[in-house]
Design a protein around this ligand. Structure first.
Ligand code: HSE
Length: 436
């Protein structure tokens, strides 16, 4: 059979990995796909670099739209990223009847509903394995491998950069900024690193996972997002003493009144496998009603790991290209006319457990007043530690762990406790997940 021609948009970190993997494993890939997969056109704004990389084996252009519109291109691989020109290119590729492979989580989280509707109408595939968890085949697992299950929840370390920073801070006592600079130098971080450290990148990915797990539209704007930039060595240390590790988790859960969609630093029991995922590695726990908890682990970023997912999508699309569109795997796992309108819960309606750290004056009655406020708001204390102050010091740290509580009640309790004259400064609140 004739090779399938691919147009590659963007030959940066993931693009060059994709080029390398396709060249190196060409024979193996052909045996799997049933025909050769060849990148014949590459578009990149740095044409000189692109020419050097492809070494005469593909045509290099500066204009990505020309690649998208080229008649002999069957699949467009979008690796430009972001929601600007990438969006126009993907929509144009679909309009041209091309299949699309993309690693662009921001684009899908924000504009996925429109993109998938356009693809559906045109009968083309939009494959996006590389958009979540780098090389981990989590999209395939959720969409196909777990298709028998009613998914209960997903909890994942889905941003390598922030996990790398947290690991470095805990292991080496490194300052936040030093660890971030290191992650950037290694090519893990997003163009705008605030996306990594403020949880935005994880929220993009979680939005995609949530849609696949629960058969709902992409609803990035309803995700609650809190990053790691305000975490201190002190909290990392206290968590450790209490038997927990702090991880930036993306959590989506089917609750009674809606779906939780939240990214935030989380205390996870140190004995859990996921608590021991270090560095740039990602891990995603998926709980299905039939299968129980399953975990997917691997490199969540980087050139060749992410290329592994891009190329797997190329193989998938190549295999299915002649299939009737109605018989392909639905883009979002559920048939497009079967999406559910279950609401995403605001963070105030989420129920979880909490780590609360406060600095107080070491005087009689201080603790009694605090626990009274918690009791009034139906917040039950699970464990508590008061640190002995250094000699002569009148201020002490109290760390409390709560049982399950409603977030809006915890908010109200924090506001009231912070108003007590014996409580100094703000309370630090970190959510806890047992992940059982
Ligand atoms: N910046 C992302 C991360 C890259 O650190 O995980 C992969 O999406």
């Amino acid at each position: 059979m004739r090779p399938i021609h691919v147009g590659l948009l963007g030959i940066g970190t993931v693009g060059s990995g994709t080029w390398d993997v396709l060249q190196r494993n060409a024979r193996e890939i052909r045996r799997r796909a049933g025909r050769a997969i060849r990148i014949t056109q590459v578009a990149d704004k740095d044409q000189k670099k692109a020419r050097r990389l492809v070494d005469g084996k593909a045509q290099v252009l500066g204009n990505a739209f020309a690649v998208v519109r080229a008649p002999d291109i069957g699949i467009v691989v979008e690796l430009i990223g972001g929601t600007g020109i990438a969006k126009d290119l993907v929509l144009e590729a679909i309009a041209q009847g091309k299949h699309v492979v993309t690693a662009n989580k921001a684009l899908l989280a924000k504009h996925g509903n429109r993109i998938f509707a356009a693809a559906q109408k045109k009968g083309v595939m939009v494959a996006f394995e590389a958009s979540v968890g780098g090389g981990i085949p989590i999209i395939k697992a959720l969409r196909e491998g777990l298709a028998a299950n009613r998914i209960e929840w997903i909890a994942g370390i889905i941003n390598g950069t922030s996990n790398f920073i947290l690991s470095e801070m805990r292991d080496k006592g490194l300052a936040f900024a030093t660890a971030l600079a290191d992650a950037q130098a290694r090519g893990y971080a997003e163009t705008d690193p605030t996306f990594d450290i403020e949880g935005v990148d994880a929220a993009h990915k979680l939005t995609i996972l949530s849609a696949l797990a629960f058969g709902i539209p992409m609803q990035f704007s309803k995700a609650y997002t809190e990053g790691i930039s305000r975490l201190t060595q002190q909290d990392i240390g206290y968590a450790e003493e209490l038997g927990y590790r702090i991880k930036l988790l993306g959590i989506t859960r089917r609750a009674q009144r809606g779906i939780e969609l939240r990214v935030h630093p989380t205390l996870v029991p140190a004995r859990r496998l996921i608590a021991n995922v270090e560095g740039v590695m990602n891990a995603i726990l998926v709980k299905g009603d039939a299968v129980g908890a399953t975990m997917y682990y691997g490199a969540g970023a980087g050139s060749q790991p992410t290329a592994s997912a891009v190329v797997a999508d190329l193989v998938d699309v190549t295999r299915l290209i002649t299939a009737d569109p109605g018989h392909r795997v639905p883009h979002l796992a559920f048939q497009p006319d079967q999406l559910s309108a279950t609401p995403i819960l605001p963070i105030g309606e989420v129920q979880t457990s909490y780590y609360l750290r406060m600095r107080v004056l070491d005087k009689p009655g201080v603790l009694a007043r605090i626990t009274r406020i918690l009791a009034d708001l139906r917040i039950s204390i699970d464990a508590m530690v008061q640190k002995e102050p250094p000699a002569g010091e009148k201020r002490v740290d109290i760390v409390m762990l709560t049982h399950l509580a409603l977030e809006k009640n915890v908010d109200a309790a924090m506001r009231r406790i912070e108003q007590l004259p014996t409580v100094l400064g703000r309370i630090t609140r970190i959510r806890i997940e047992a992940l059982l």
